[in-house]
Design a protein around this ligand. Structure first.
Ligand SMILES: [Zn+2]
Length: 463
């Protein structure tokens, strides 16, 4: 009897040890598989220095295998296109940024075979690191940069069907080849050369927010939105405040489609009675405001903060894209991607393949669905509205019979002196392909709204 009890206890203790050991092993495996990459990617981690003692960091290639970043004979990082890809590809000299940071671990890993490793080690040579093939297109990027010219702002072009980022350009920029030398100037500059405005810029949306207002209104009033009617007289007086259309223009009689195409502030404020703050807030949440985005490089989320406690003034301002709302260009193009792709948001990607030093493919990154943001029926309606903007509305000056363009313009007031941010977000069907595009231009005069013309210049050069 007593012996049995001792045996039972021994067995129990043994099991407990086996379970604890198992847990420890799984923790170590999880750490090695999932966490070690994150820890190595940390810009401040000293292990990077250790790895780069043995491995020459691999290359960053464009989608057509042009070199965007490489390691030269002295072990320094070299960027053949200088500033063109500085924000998206990033740099390494003052801490890793962009893809240099996101794929640091992969590029500091080497898949050379064991014999070559042995020979390298005997001769004191470093191993060649693995390389990444990005989705970035050199020609499209150069055309975006040219179209942006001297303006401060950002341009993104994507393929919504597979989530590829084809171009991401931000102005002003810097030369990643000389970032260490220029660091004192760059780090104290008020122009924000180091900031990737495409992902980390937060802007007042202005009238591009009317896409969200429209979507909410249609969702809340599915049976009546087609009968909506309003007569715009250029301004609406609410006693304490007045809402005006651009240049106080009289848009006259409009249904919802034409109100949207004309970007009529008076009509969109008039929608307020059919819009509850709770519903608009839920719609914005569903469409990734105040949310993490599936972006591999540094970014800022968009902010929607209207509550039922806010004044009707604040609600009216919000419906036309003024007020407290802030959006990032990358978020706006992701919403466009979902509309252009029948509601499905494909996870955005900057990198399609990991290859070794000889070009052998080590990994092809899968195309994945991130979320379903709209139903097909909803995107059919939204496409009709976005098309009307180009056919007869605020973007009719850039309509072109060589392609089918959809979009929304925005003019966001940023001060009392008539300075604005100028926006265009949309997508184009051209040569059996589809591209999404987002352009934001910072701090220009009210009468200049350059974003749509910049978008048009870029769309004209798309293949
Ligand atoms: Zn109007």
């Amino acid at each position: 009897m007593k012996r049995n009890t001792i045996n039972d206890n021994l067995i129990k203790t043994t099991y407990i040890f086996i379970i604890l050991f198992g847990l420890l092993i799984s923790y170590l495996l999880i750490f090695v598989i999932f966490e070690s990459g994150n820890i190595i990617d940390n810009s401040y981690n000293k292990r990077i220095d250790t790895l780069s003692n043995y491995v020459d960091k691999g290359n960053i290639y464009s989608k057509d295998l042009e070199v965007l970043a490489t390691t030269d004979e002295d072990g320094n990082r070299y960027y053949p296109y200088a500033s063109l890809f500085c924000h998206v590809v990033g740099s390494t000299a003052m801490g890793n940024t962009g893809l240099e940071n996101a794929y640091n671990y992969e590029m500091l890993s080497s898949n050379v075979n064991i014999f070559k490793k042995f020979i390298n080690e005997l001769s004191g040579e470093k191993h060649p690191g693995n390389s990444i093939v990005t989705t970035l297109d050199v020609n499209i990027s150069q055309n975006c940069k040219n179209a942006l010219g001297g303006y401060k702002g950002a341009v993104i072009v994507m393929d919504p069907t597979d989530g590829s980022v084809l171009s991401m350009v931000s102005n002003p920029d810097y030369d990643p080849n000389t970032v260490a030398r220029d660091w004192d100037t760059l780090s104290s500059s008020t122009n924000g050369e180091l900031l990737n405005r495409a992902t980390s810029g937060q802007y007042t949306p202005g009238s591009i927010f009317k896409i969200f207002t429209l979507y909410d209104y249609i969702t809340e009033n599915p049976d009546t939105y087609k009968n909506y009617n309003f007569t715009c007289k250029g301004t609406v007086d609410f006693g304490d405040y007045t809402i005006s259309c651009s240049n106080k223009i009289w848009h006259g009689n409009e249904d919802l489609l034409i109100s949207f195409a004309n970007s009529c502030n008076c009509s969109f404020v008039n929608l307020s009675e059919g819009i509850t703050t709770e519903s608009l807030s839920n719609i914005c949440k569903k469409l990734l405001f105040n949310s993490d985005l599936p972006i591999e490089i540094e970014y800022k989320s968009s902010v929607f903060s209207l509550t039922a406690d806010d004044s009707s003034f604040m609600k009216h301002q919000t419906l036309i894209g003024q007020g407290k709302t802030l959006v990032s260009p990358i978020h706006m193009i992701l919403v466009m991607n979902a509309i252009a792709n029948d509601g499905v948001l494909i996870t955005p990607r900057f990198v399609s393949k990991l290859i070794d030093y000889s070009g052998t493919i080590l990994e092809e990154y899968e195309i994945k669905n991130h979320a379903i943001l709209f139903t097909k029926e909803e995107t059919d309606i939204l496409k009709e509205y976005l098309r009307q903007v180009v056919l007869t509305g605020t973007a009719s000056s850039i309509n072109n019979s060589n392609y089918t363009l959809y979009g929304k313009t925005g003019t966001a007031q940023i001060d009392e002196n008539g300075n604005i941010n100028s926006w265009f977000v949309g997508f184009v069907e051209k040569n059996d392909k589809i591209y999404t595009i987002c352009v934001v231009i910072e701090n220009v005069n009210e009468n200049a709204s350059p974003a749509k013309n910049i978008a048009s210049n870029i769309v004209n050069t798309l293949p």
